[in-house]
Design a protein around this ligand. Structure first.
Ligand SMILES: NC(=O)c1ccc[n+]([C@@H]2O[C@H](COP(=O)([O-])OP(=O)(O)OC[C@H]3O[C@@H](n4cnc5c(N)ncnc54)[C@H](OP(=O)(O)O)[C@@H]3O)[C@@H](O)[C@H]2O)c1
Length: 244
């Protein structure tokens, strides 16, 4: 049977590129986005290139939608081989700068806004695995890749503020390590990966890598060589271990 991949936040940016490259590798790819129309439009573009793509609506912080997605996966494929927890928010991108400030500057810091960022960036990837655990267990080589960031690294941090994004990606690192340890006996490989600075709406046009380069780096240098001994690691796009 074909390998099944699931990508979150996938109608544009890195997520869309993941679907394209995994489609090229012969995976059946479940392309999810908060809005079904956006998922469907993106899926149609990739279907025209001959790839096997399945659009679904998923707001990653909505657990009911996660349950519904899991039920659909169970009925449609009965397993999942690769989950790319890609969806993420960076408060710097909020159009409403007063909202942005609530997860960015100490004087404006707001607990609820911080919790919203943590929910999407740090907790939702684990909730995805919570719901898809049985489906992953039916794969020969189950892999979960959480898209982290160099900004998750405490030792590399050289500037202040930016609490929502920096804190949420850092929390994602330690939560992934705990999850990896809990799931190790089941053979589920869970890693966090820094994709580098990438040309997307979030990364901007001056970034180092195109989305194609970034995804190919991770496929070739990270995913292709993963074993259960890597589970819990924070990896760089070149396959090296990233400083915590
Ligand atoms: N670009 C970089 O340089 C860079 C560097 C390090 C890490 N990353 C990480 O890479 C991942 C992809 O980012 P990107 O650069 O491709 O940026 P992007 O183009 O802004 O894509 C982010 C995607 O996440 C989706 N998303 C956000 N919140 C969501 C939610 N609650 N439920 C479902 N989808 C949600 C967005 O959908 P909406 O449009 O509906 O919000 C969008 O599709 C993120 O996790 C980001 O933190 C990027």
């Amino acid at each position: 049977m074909k390998k099944i991949a699931l990508v979150t936040g996938a109608y544009k940016g890195l997520g869309f590129e993941w679907c394209k490259q995994l489609g090229k590798l012969g995976y059946a790819v479940v392309l999810t986005a908060r809005n079904f129309e956006q998922a469907n439009e993106a899926a149609n573009k990739l279907k025209q290139e001959g790839f096997d793509i399945y659009p679904r609506a998923l707001e990653v912080s909505n657990e009911q939608e996660l349950k519904e997605l899991k039920n659909w996966l169970e009925t449609t494929f009965g397993k999942v081989d690769l989950i790319i927890n890609n969806a993420g928010i960076n408060p710097k991108d909020y159009a409403d700068k007063t909202k942005m400030a609530k997860a960015f500057y100490l004087n404006d810091l707001d607990a609820q806004e911080m919790l919203n960022v943590l929910h999407v960036n740090s907790i939702a990837p684990l909730l995805m695995v919570k719901h898809c655990r049985n489906l992953l267990n039916r794969s020969d080589c189950p892999i979960v890749v959480n898209i982290s960031s160099w900004l998750a690294s405490v030792s590399n941090l050289t500037f202040g503020g930016h609490y929502g994004y920096v804190g949420s990606k850092n929390l994602l690192n330690v939560l992934n390590k705990s999850m990896a340890l809990e799931l190790k006996n089941e053979g589920i490989i869970c890693v966090n990966v820094n994709p580098g600075w990438v040309q997307t709406d979030m990364g901007g046009k001056k970034a180092n890598f195109t989305t194609e380069q970034a995804v190919l780096n991770i496929l070739n240098e990270v995913i292709s060589g993963l074993t259960i001994n890597d589970s819990g690691k924070f990896l760089n796009y070149d396959g090296s271990e990233h400083p915590w």
